[in-house]
Design a protein around this ligand. Structure first.
Ligand SMILES: Cc1ncc(C[n+]2csc(CCOP(=O)(O)OP(=O)(O)O)c2C)c(N)n1
Ligand SMILES: [Mg+2]
Length: 336
């Protein structure tokens, strides 16, 4: 089994660092805005924010190619933005409006984009894991060289269906990267209180699936590990596990008072490990950008996010007869 950490110097251009900065900031500002709209009563139901975990999806999406697929849990806004879905469509869905990706009928946890190969958004813990293997099975069957990123949490990694999936994915050598986003908590339960062995990247050992641990607060490390994992899958060698160590800054969902950890713990992580601040420092230290350049990026992104909130507020609620649509598929699935 592969179990080592990469120690070589990062191989990333100044342009790419700037792209990472922009993409992570887009997710952060989007989530902050979603939090505000939730507080104003414009978003109802469940809403799980991704703040703190931005480097995971941005690093991994940087190695994905056209036609590669992704599926994740309910903490899904970052994944959608990182694969190129529109902030307008995502925000409108959060507010339950017609202009949303599910016409306002799905909300935060139930959005999809066939065009961007984003397959949800799943509220049942671990349920997306066999779905991810199914997507990879279809690609293997079609011999199209595509890979699926299947994201799930540290909590979900204790679910039974994950291991049934590992077995089949290894047996059939499916092109799937299992990404365990270890943000150290499952709702209010810290990982050490729920999990007998802390090293989740070794969980594929019984099935012969290689795994690697990655610093998920460092987007460059995530990119490098992602490149290796995806190359393994594309070469037809079967599944790969990445345990990406990250941290969720906000509560589990909007209704979480977060009494299970100290403010100091969160503050320390924000001050010492923040993924966006790390890239900001690299850009400034390498003289790849000035404070003013970075301010201009921030200003640009705020515009995009404010426009998405306006779009969401202006979009009407779905018409009553939408209650009867999108219940059953009208046609059998064709080539995805
Ligand atoms: C099968 C199932 N059991 C329990 C729940 C309730 N639940 C929702 S999220 C969650 C914690 C999952 O934590 P983790 O996998 O670490 O993901 P994170 O929320 O940290 O992203 C639980 C227990 C659920 N939705 N589905
Ligand atoms: Mg977790």
């Amino acid at each position: 089994m592969v179990t080592r950490k990469s120690t070589k110097k990062p191989n990333v251009s100044a342009e790419e660092l700037k792209t990472f900065y922009r993409e992570m900031l887009l997710i952060r500002r989007f989530e902050e805005k979603a939090g505000q709209l939730y507080g104003m009563g414009l978003i109802g139901g469940f809403c799980h924010l991704y703040i703190g975990q931005e480097a995971v999806v941005v690093g991994l999406e940087s190695v994905a190619e056209d036609g590669d697929k992704r599926v994740t849990s309910y903490r899904d806004h970052g994944h959608m933005l990182a694969c190129g879905m529109s902030p307008d469509g995502v925000m409108a869905e959060l507010t339950g409006r017609e202009g949303g990706y599910s016409k306002g009928k799905g909300g935060s946890m139930h959005m999809f984009s066939k065009e961007k190969h984003f397959y949800g958004g799943h509220g049942i813990v671990g349920a997306q894991v066999p779905i991810g293997a199914g997507l990879a099975f279809a690609d293997k069957y079609r011999e199209n060289g595509r890979v699926t990123f299947t994201y799930f949490g540290d909590g979900a990694s204790n679910q039974g269906q994950v291991y049934e999936t590992f077995n089949m994915a290894a047996l059939w050598e499916l092109p799937v990267v299992f990404v365990i986003e270890n943000n150290q908590y499952a709702m209010g339960t810290a990982q050490q209180r729920s999990t007998s062995t802390p090293d989740l990247y070794t969980r594929g050992g019984a099935f012969g699936i290689p795994g690697e641990i990655v610093d998920g607060m460092n987007v460059v490390s995530v990119k490098e590990a992602g490149a290796k994992a995806i190359a393994h899958c594309r070469a037809g060698k079967g599944p790969y596990i990445l345990e990406v160590k990250t941290y969720r800054y906000r509560g589990h969902s909007m209704s979480d008072p977060a009494k299970y950890r100290t403010r100091e713990e969160v503050q320390k992580m924000r001050e010492e490990r923040d993924p966006i601040e790390q890239v900001r420092s690299m850009l400034l230290a390498g003289k790849h950008a000035t404070e003013d350049d970075l301010k201009a990026i921030d200003k640009d992104i705020k515009k995009v996010i404010n426009a998405s909130a306006e779009f969401a507020k202006d979009s009407p609620e779905p018409a009553l007869d939408e209650l009867w649509t999108d219940i059953y598929a009208d046609v059998a699935p064709q080539n995805a």
